[in-house]
Structure formats: C-alpha cells, structure tokens
Design a protein around this ligand. Structure first.
Ligand code: SAM
Length: 349
C-alpha cells in the first residue's frame, strides 16, 4: 500500500510542471500529527517560538485595529495552511475570517479544525469562509461569499516567498492581500530575509548551507535575479519545496501600487528582543517555549540532550549578543529561525 501511494505521489510529481502544483502537493501530503509526535521533532521549540512570534504580531495588530475604532474585525488569512493560526484569531476576538490556500487538503483540514472549535467551544467564534485557490493566479475577490467584503487585516505567514517566481505572480498575490483592505488596514507577514540568505550562501564554500535541522540550496551564486531566484529549503529532512528570494525593497516598491506603506520590518531576533521586554509577551514566550513543557519521559530525546541543546542555545545567543529567554531553542533551530523577518504594511487612506 505504501509503495502504491509512493508511486501515485511520484506520478503526481511528474505532472507537476508548475511550481504551484509542486507546492500544493507537498503541503497536501504533510500529515497532521498530535502533540506527542510533534514534541519529538527536532524543531519542536522552533515551531513554538514561531507561533509565539505570530501570536504577538496578530494580537498587537488586532489591538491596533480596535484602537482605531473598528469594532467588527474581519481578516484574510492568505496561505492559511491547516489553520495553525485559527486559535490566535479566536483569541483576538475577531468577527470574520476568510482562509485561502493553494493546498485543497490543507484548506479542508483548516475548515474541519474550525468546525471542531465551533462545536467544542463555549465561546462565540467568528464566522468564516474557506477557499482553495492559487493566490498567485486567481483573484480571491471573485470568490468571496459577500462580493462587497473588505478586511481590516490580511495575514500572510511564511507564504509570500512562494509568489516571487515571477513579477506577475508576486503582483497577483499582493493584489489579493491588499485590494480589499479598508483604509488604515494592515498587511502583515513573515518571510525569509533575502539579504540573510545571500549572506550565508556567500559565506559558504558550496551552493548550500544549513545544519541538521534545515538546509538551503541554490543552483548558483554571485548574481541574484529580482524574480525567479529559486532555492530549495528543507526542514528536518522533509522533502524540500522550491522557494524564491523576496528582495524586500522591491516588495515595498510594488506595494505602493496598492497604496500600501511599510510601517515595520524587523528580523525575528530584533522583533523578539523588543517584544520580550513586555511582561505579558515574555510570560507567553516562557509558557510556549519553556523547558518544563517538554515531555522528557516519553520524548525521543533524552533530558540530558535537551539540556545540552539548551546550553548551546544560550551560549550561541550570548555570543551573538542576543539577550533572549529562548527557552529550549537549540543553536540549530535558532540558525534556522533567524533567517526570517516580520513585516507590517498599512493602507493609506
Ligand atoms: N500560514 C500557515 C502557517 O503559518 O502555519 C502555513 C504556512 S506554510 C509554511 C506555507 C503555506 O503557503 C502552505 O499552506 C502552502 O500551501 C501555501 N501556499 C504556497 N503557495 C501558495 C499559493 N500560490 N497560493 C496560496 N497558498 C500558497
């Protein structure tokens, strides 16, 4: 049965002449795993750290929208995946959410998760719509249940880099992100920092760099086209997917077409260092990445190994001048997550 599934997947790959098809089938194949299995992953703490960072970002932006007097908050989650941010939106108390992703299986899982939350919860939950679409090719506004729908926030977490294959694709995704934003609305996201990727590539004596948890491979170095500058990113031995460098000044320039102004861009390390100064964010980080939260007894890693990793992380961060309560983020995980940046654009009225 496994061999049959594998053959079917290989056939799917052969048909995948388009990057979008490759990306969709990659994400569609990723299995949902429970907390126990997740906690055995070498990137367990990195995932928690990334989730903490998204929680802080989402929480602050929802507050900003409310602070500006908008009581009903509507959000577009562009590249929602399996719905990893649904709880964050519920916590933010938003009123309406549209989830869109190219991977139809992920969108279905996202919708199931939402229906579960609705069934189990004793709380009021936002209304929602789920759309399976290639957001670099299709116009989402043509698919909304309410044709007049507008948003306060568009959130695009770890997704936008897939669109930089061509100017047209990057522009369609940007249009999907921004065209239905209300004046004063926000386009927020996380994406790899092209400068950091190129810096590490240039410092490497081969066409790739990474460690035991992640690997980035380019086809050449020395010159980097503005669009279609492809690299392969693999995380924890998961089959890699093609991604593209996002030259941020270009994105900033393109966003002006949609009346968007960059209000914040920070590397993950910078953003985290700033946010942990806040007591509330700090205690959330401790809860989400705390050493105690690791179930050593049934985890694959031994407690001693984790402590070694923990020491490495602390050592590495203090050497790099980073003053973070990074919990158990290992040096390898930190090297992977420090590639990313977080951005906030705002629509001018
Ligand atoms: N945003 C989610 C999160 O933070 O957990 C998922 C992030 S996952 C790393 C990247 C997601 O981008 C995948 O779910 C993938 O299917 C989606 N994606 C990639 N290319 C896309 C496209 N052209 N249109 C819509 N979604 C896309």
């Amino acid at each position: 049965r496994k061999a049959m599934i594998r053959r079917h997947e290989e056939e799917e790959d052969k048909e995948a002449t388009d990057h979008g098809v490759k990306v969709a089938s990659h994400y569609n194949r990723l299995q949902e795993v429970g907390l126990a299995a997740r906690s055995q992953s070498r990137i367990f703490f990195m995932r928690n750290f990334n989730n903490w960072l998204k929680s802080v970002l989402i929480g602050e932006i929802v507050d900003q929208v409310r602070g500006a007097g908008h009581q009903q908050v509507s959000v577009l989650d562009l590249g929602c995946g399996k719905g990893g941010d649904l709880l964050k939106w519920r916590k933010g108390g938003i009123d309406h959410l549209v989830c869109a992703d190219i991977a139809a299986v992920s969108v279905e899982q996202c919708q199931n998760r939402y229906e579960d939350m609705k069934r189990k919860g004793h709380f009021k939950i936002f209304s929602a719509q789920f759309i399976a679409a290639d957001c670099t090719k299709e116009f989402l506004s043509e698919k909304f249940d309410d044709p007049e729908l507008t948003f306060d926030i568009c959130s695009c977490q770890f997704v936008y880099h897939y669109s930089f294959e061509s100017e047209q694709k990057a522009d369609v995704m940007l249009r999907n992100a921004c065209e239905r934003l209300k004046p004063g609305g926000y386009f927020i996201g996380t994406t790899p920092d092209a400068f950091e990727l190129v810096k590490r590539l240039e410092a490497s004596d081969s066409l790739s760099f990474g460690n035991e948890v992640f690997k980035v491979s380019f086809q050449s170095k020395g010159s980097y086209p503005l669009f279609g500058c492809q690299y392969h990113f693999s995380l924890e031995d998961v089959v890699d997917v093609p991604e593209f460098l996002v030259y941020f000044p270009l994105l900033e320039h393109m966003a002006k077409r949609y009346n968007m102004r960059l209000v914040m861009k920070k590397r993950f390390s910078e953003f985290a260092e700033e946010k942990v100064k806040n007591e509330h964010h700090r205690s959330l980080m401790m809860k989400m990445t705390a050493l105690e939260s690791f179930p050593c007894e049934d985890g694959a890693r031994q407690a001693t190994d984790d402590r070694t990793e923990y020491c490495h992380a602390k050592e590495h961060c203090s050497r790099a001048g980073v003053k973070l309560p990074l919990g158990t983020l290992s040096r390898s995980e930190w090297e992977a997550t420090s590639i990313y940046l977080v951005f906030v654009f705002q629509k001018m009225s």
